[in-house]
Design a protein around this ligand. Structure first.
Ligand SMILES: Cc1cc2nc3c(=O)[nH]c(=O)nc-3n(C[C@H](O)[C@H](O)[C@H](O)COP(=O)(O)OP(=O)(O)OC[C@H]3O[C@@H](n4cnc5c(N)ncnc54)[C@H](O)[C@@H]3O)c2cc1C
Length: 316
């Protein structure tokens, strides 16, 4: 059974969640990777092969390929023989998935934390209502489309693989009501993108605008820097760092909330994280209700000690 995996990439760089999804795809059938946009390099194709892609199907519609309706048309062609289509649950992909579901009649779940093949049907797990409920959903249709959150599967190489073939695909592209006139890349912070990061260290109002320790701690842990909305509204850090209902939803293995009270709007965007650590002066802060590990104290005292201890442990 073919499982098509839509590759998330920036230029030629395959984003880490794609490798997680390819790993999951191996448990559901025979993975093929679908690469939309400029031609992937031999290295990128080989990487996808190491994670289980038996074939890389490539479709390019130029700038128009950025439009979900165009991406959906290419993906429909590339996944025509696939019983399951998997992709990272980004905003754009959710729209692409919806259009694909409409065109093919497939059942669809987005923001899933996992998928399994049960009695010939895809079942997904996800958290809903600000991560207060866990839901298992069975997709009854023959074709299933699933959007998966990053960091929900451990990426594991499939072992030595034959170099997957690069297969060109073409599709009748739909007429679109809009035209892409320019694409400008916004400068991003160095390091892992927030939504994909395996570790997120977030600072809130308790930082009082000083993110030096938060950044240092995040870098030490190989993670990304997050923030509460109050912090971004204050202009202490840019809005791309906001975690929560109106910000980015993150599901890292480790989420460290520093000087964040844990308002419901913030929790909705991070509550499904693996392990939650909170550092807060107030022992009654709501963030402690959902923390696996809490430290009552000032982040300005606690983080330096944590950094020192981790470095000593690593022999740095
Ligand atoms: C419609 C709507 C959508 C929203 N969406 C979001 C969203 O997406 N994301 C989001 O984050 N918020 C969102 N909010 C805002 C949210 O309700 C809270 O106001 C916000 O999350 C609070 O940010 P905070 O925890 O940094 O600040 P506060 O609630 O003021 O908490 C600061 C915390 O820092 C602690 N503290 C102070 N000094 C220190 C110190 N030195 N060391 C350690 N701890 C210290 C305090 O004890 C306190 O608990 C939204 C609100 C609305 C109405």
């Amino acid at each position: 059974m073919t499982v098509a995996v839509l590759v998330e990439h920036r230029g030629d760089q395959v984003a880490a969640p794609t490798l997680e999804i390819l790993t999951l795809a191996r448990s559901l059938g025979t993975p093929v990777a679908v690469w939309l946009g400029g031609t992937p390099s031999a290295d990128a194709v080989a990487l996808l092969g190491r994670y289980g892609a038996t074939e890389v199907r490539h479709g390019d519609a130029g700038d128009a390929g950025r439009l979900p309706e165009v991406a959906a048309a290419l993906l429909e062609e590339a996944s025509a023989d696939a019983a399951t289509v998997l992709m990272v649950s980004t905003f754009v992909n959710k729209e692409t998935a919806t259009r694909l579901a409409l065109a093919t009649g497939a059942g669809m779940v987005v923001d899933a934390a996992g998928a399994a093949l049960v009695d010939g049907h895809i079942e997904t797990d996800q958290t809903v209502f600000a991560a207060t409920w866990n839901v298992r959903t069975r997709i009854e249709t023959d074709k299933a489309i699933v959007g998966l959150r990053p960091n929900t599967t451990q990426a594991v190489e499939a072992g030595p693989s034959a170099h997957p073939a690069l297969v060109e695909i073409a599709a009748d592209l739909p007429a679109t009501a809009v035209t892409v006139t320019a694409i400008e890349h916004v400068a991003q912070d160095e390091g892992v993108p927030l939504a994909e990061a395996p570790v997120v260290v977030s600072g809130g109002r308790g930082t009082n605008g000083d993110y030096t320790l938060i950044r240092e701690f995040a870098e030490l842990l190989g993670g990304a820097v997050g923030a509460s909305r109050d912090a971004t509204d204050e202009g202490w850090i840019s809005h791309e760092h906001m975690v929560g209902q109106t910000g980015t939803t993150v599901t890292p293995a480790l989420y460290v909330a520093c000087g964040i009270s844990g308002a419901v709007h913030h929790r909705g965007g991070m509550q499904a994280s693996g392990t939650v650590v909170a550092i807060n002066l107030d022992p009654d802060a709501p963030i402690f209700e959902i923390s696996d590990f809490g430290v009552v104290g000032s982040l300005f005292d606690v983080i330096p000690q944590a950094i020192e201890t981790i470095k000593a442990h690593r022999g740095q």
